[in-house]
Ligand binder design. Structure first.
Ligand SMILES: NC(=O)c1ccc[n+]([C@@H]2O[C@H](COP(=O)([O-])OP(=O)(O)OC[C@H]3O[C@@H](n4cnc5c(N)ncnc54)[C@H](OP(=O)(O)O)[C@@H]3O)[C@@H](O)[C@H]2O)c1
Length: 427
């Protein structure tokens, strides 16, 4: 090995940053043996320089001057693991403008202002790599960008939020309520004290935007993603799903139809035989359907300091090698995606209705489905009297038609209550 070390500046030393510093220390020899390049953490910027970090840092490495780190001539490559939009955006733009490759794990940033950052990287001719931003430790972005670059991708479906997958797994396997499963996830540190970003699907929505942009080569931002969370899922929904051979999962879905992209996050019933159904606890997975390749699934730890730092380190090695060769990768300038409104998206549906047990109920309910061209695939009738219930699974139907059906069912005398409605995906 003849070249000088590649000096890394790390913005942030929290869960991911501290794990990355540790990985660079322990893996530097092997990386040097494989690539001929030695990575060295030169500077680490944080808010508080007195906080215990749990990692070895040479004196003078830690600083609270993040802008100074980015402009420091002793830093060759910048890693951003602060999170949020500002100051991450400004710092990354400054690094790029000074010709430094950047690696980030920041989904929120990319899903909102990614276009501006990628354009700046393109102009400056430097790498902006982001493997860890979706799926944490699962190497999925690079295979999608590189190995599948020639593939006609039809649909990508992911379980990309570990917190909600943990909650749904506990509801399924232990029969606990949503509130109890959430409290458990919070006590284990999987869920934040304010769980909104996870349970309402914002985190998965940001990831869905990035997945859609990369898989379909057109720009999708977080605000383009239709989103429903899991707070309304009940143990009864999960029990019904199980009885019919399904598992309830929060899915991020990006699919192309007639040239338009439908990108959405919502809970769905997935057949128990589908590979995504077996993704339990806080694990993540991304399932890709392509014309030539068929089906692929990427599975692993979607979060956690070390799994995420592993993906960041992979990018860092790539950026260092490219820098050494004087080259860089590019995702180009993506044109804004043509989006398919949720009303036009098609899906099969599960509907659970409490009905009054009297003659003609079934005919009047079936009549509403028929009026809106929503065809019924299966139907079960349960209970008697005040406990009577109809459970339907429909064939694929347009969202607008299903919503119109629900509105009419709501006003039907025979229907006491629509207890739940879930999309059925993957049959
Ligand atoms: N954690 C995961 O499992 C995971 C998985 C995938 C992606 N990510 C992404 O990775 C990024 C980092 O996540 P994390 O969990 O490591 O966050 P974290 O534990 O909250 O760490 C954030 C770090 O940034 C530092 N920081 C905040 N504002 C700063 C500023 N203005 N200047 C300098 N440093 C600043 C903090 O300093 P102090 O320590 O002094 O407060 C802290 O060290 C986020 O974008 C996140 O979405 C995380």
């Amino acid at each position: 090995m003849t070249s000088a070390p590649v000096r890394v500046g790390v913005l942030g030393c929290g869960n991911v940053g501290a794990a990355l510093v540790e990985l660079v220390r322990t893996r530097a020899d092997d990386i040097a043996a494989r690539t001929g390049l030695r990575l060295e953490v030169a500077r680490v910027a944080v808010r508080s320089t007195t906080k215990e970090r749990g990692v070895e840092l040479a004196p003078g490495v830690l600083t609270h001057d993040a802008a100074g780190l980015v402009n420091d001539p002793d830093v060759d490559v910048v890693v951003e693991v602060i999170g949020g939009i500002e100051p991450a955006r400004e710092l990354i733009l400054a690094a790029i403008k000074s010709g430094k490759p950047v690696v980030t794990a920041n989904k929120e940033l990319l899903a909102n202002v990614g276009a501006e950052l990628f354009a700046a990287a393109e102009t400056a001719g430097v790498d902006l790599l982001f493997e860890a931003a979706v799926g944490g430790g699962i190497p999925f972005i690079r295979p999608l960008r590189e190995s599948l670059a020639g593939e006609e991708i039809r649909r990508v479906m992911g379980i990309v939020n570990g917190t909600t997958n943990y909650i749904l797994t506990r509801m399924t396997e232990a029969g606990v309520s949503y509130a109890d499963a959430l409290a458990e996830a919070q006590s284990l540190g999987y869920a934040e004290r304010d769980p909104t970003a996870d349970v309402e699907g914002f985190d998965a929505g940001a990831k869905a935007a990035i997945i859609a942009s990369i898989a379909f080569g057109s720009r999708v931002v977080a605000g383009d993603v239709y989103r429903e969370g899991i707070a309304g899922i009940t143990p009864a929904d999960i029990a019904y799903a199980a009885k019919m051979g399904y598992v309830v999962k929060l899915l991020a879905i990006a699919e192309r139809h007639d040239g338009a992209l439908g990108v959405r996050v919502h809970p769905a019933m997935v057949p128990a035989s589908h590979p995504l159904a077996s993704v339990r606890d806080s694990f993540n997975a991304v399932f890709v359907e392509g014309d030539a390749v068929g089906e692929l699934m990427f599975y692993g730890r979607g979060a956690g300091g070390f799994p995420t730092a592993s993906a960041v380190l992979g990018d860092l090695v790539d950026a260092a090698v490219n820098l050494h060769k004087g080259s860089h990768g590019s995702i180009g300038t993506l044109a804004k995606a043509v989006l398919r409104p949720i009303d036009e998206v098609e899906s099969a549906y599960y509907l659970n209705l409490d009905v009054f047990d009297r003659p003609g109920v079934l005919a009047s309910v079936a009549g509403v489905f028929g009026r809106h061209d929503v065809s019924i695939r299966s139907m079960e009738q349960e209970g008697l009297g005040g406990e009577a219930r109809l459970v339907f699974i429909t064939h694929r139907a347009r969202e607008a038609a299903v919503q119109a059906t629900l509105r009419d069912l709501h006003h039907l005398d025979a229907v006491d209550r629509i207890t739940s409605v879930l999309r059925v995906i993957g049959d």
